[in-house]
Design a protein around this ligand. Structure first.
Ligand code: UGA
Length: 434
């Protein structure tokens, strides 16, 4: 099929590159001219495992352009994968989304299926269909297909998702999506057809449920610390019950990224607006906002409330390991609070420093390093903020070599407390070794 993908962020680019591997002819469109230039040169742009290889392999079926007209005309299917950032009140901002619809209406030359992959408020599918009907004489078949891929494993998730949900309104055809996704049927991926509203809500409800699990386990971790339990053992014990499941039960300094923080606020906004406020969502958001602060407060208490002049290394600036994405990274509140207590911070990340700097004020007490071992040299404490591979594989001897008196605050529970017995090691919801 002839497909255009509008918006080449994580969702759009991964969709484009993977679909090109299933005999579809895919044109990727983005208004970022330099991104298109790099893609045309064969550069994958994002550091997603497997993406570059797949781009090389599927290049025969891929075209990239910054011309909306070239991208859209003559296509049978349009994927809308633009970002829907957060408005100040928590609602989703649909400016880019409607700009994409406007381009489709303007440049389409034949009836088209429009597949909505952006995360949009419940009800948007029908509004989008009405908008297109008003703007163009052509017939559009608008389908909501929420995206469930996660960064760091996006290619894998796209090739074989846990499920796909297709929100198709009454009277609309399923023919195009059935042909488009014949490869999923062959792979036995569950395909669920629902109403557009159910598909849209299923996306938000899924992300919010995962965020809720994280906040729940973080709250239990606070209690575990008070009563001498080990939260990882608790989570393992709970997760063995298939009704609960072990996924997204890792305690730490809270969730970040471009999805959970935004989507929890957007659904909370919607629930309030519909006069059915969600107390669990409000609690999820609150627990998550407190989590990094409480962690820094423990460090402050350990140093008897005197962090002034103490040199502290914060390892991992991206919101999680295996990505360079710093959006809503817990490293921000961690570093800001450490600085507010007067600490001297050395911030380490292998490749996210330049991005990170864009969202934090320059400060003479904050320096950066992309060299892991030298970032830790001579500091009074190390704070682990994400699970990047090179951080995960640090050994006790690395901390011993770097610091006079090693003190480690592990915000991701990366190491077994027993393995760290020789140094002062604190983590989240587990007994400390001192
Ligand atoms: C998330 C969802 O997992 C995807 O299914 C969804 O498609 C995506 O949002 C989206 O809406 O586009 P992502 O934001 O890439 O994907 O990252 P996750 O791996 O889900 O992690 C989110 C945050 O939760 C990270 O900060 C991570 O460190 C944290 N986390 C995750 C925990 O603190 N504990 C856990 O047990 C799991």
């Amino acid at each position: 099929m002839e497909i255009v993908v509008i918006g080449l962020g994580y969702v759009g680019l991964v969709n484009a590159v993977v679909l090109a591997g299933y005999h579809h002819k895919v044109t990727g469109y983005d208004l970022n001219v330099s991104k298109i230039a790099r893609l045309k040169q064969g550069e994958a742009v994002l550091s997603e495992p497997g993406l570059q290889e797949l781009l090389n392999k599927n290049k025969e079926n891929l075209i990239f352009t910054d011309s909306a007209e070239t991208a859209i005309k003559d296509k049978e299917v349009a994927f809308v994968a633009v970002d829907t950032p957060e408005n100040p009140d928590g609602s989703a901002n649909l400016v880019h989304f409607y700009a994409a619809l406007h381009q489709i209406a303007k440049f389409a030359t034949r009836p088209m299926s429009v597949i909505i992959r952006s995360t949009v408020p419940v009800g948007t599918n029908r509004l989008a269909a009405a908008y297109l009907k008003e703007e163009s004489p052509l017939a559009f078949n608008v389908i909501s297909q929420p995206e469930f891929l996660s960064q760091g494993r996006a290619v894998k998730d796209m090739k074989k998702p846990y499920r796909i949900i297709l929100g198709v309104a009454e009277g609309e055809t399923k023919k195009t999506v059935k042909a488009l996704y014949a490869f999923y049927t062959k792979k036995h991926v569950p395909v669920l057809y629902t109403s557009p509203e159910s598909a849209e809500l299923a996306k938000y409800a899924s992300n919010n449920f995962l965020a809720l699990k994280i906040s729940y386990i973080n709250e239990m971790a606070r209690l575990a610390e008070k009563v001498g339990a080990d939260i990882d053992e608790v989570a393992t014990g709970m997760g063995l019950d298939p009704r609960i499941g072990k996924a997204f039960f890792k305690a730490g300094i809270g969730y970040g990224g471009s999805c959970f923080p935004k989507d929890t606020k957007a659904l909370n906004w919607l629930a309030d607006k519909k006069h059915t406020p969600s107390e669990t969502l409000k609690a999820t958001i609150k627990v998550n906002q407190e989590q990094p602060k409480l962690f820094v407060d423990k460090i402050n208490q350990r140093f008897h409330g005197v962090l002034t002049g103490k040199k502290i290394a914060v390892l991992g600036l991206a919101f999680k390991g295996n990505t360079t994405d710093v959006r809503n990274s817990p490293a921000y509140p961690i570093i800001e609070r450490l600085l507010s207590y007067g600490a001297e911070v050395v911030a380490y990340d292998k490749s996210a420093i330049e991005e990170f700097k864009k969202n934090i004020d320059a400060n003479e007490h904050l320096t950066y390093s992309n060299q892991l071992l030298s970032a830790m040299k001579g500091v009074q404490a190390v704070v682990i903020a994400n699970d990047a591979k090179e951080i995960k594989t640090l050994k006790p001897s690395d901390f011993i070599d770097a610091m006079d008196k090693p003190i480690v605050y592990d915000g991701r529970n990366l190491y077994k407390p027993l393995a760290m017995a020789k140094i002062e090691y604190h983590s989240v919801g587990r007994p400390s070794s001192r």
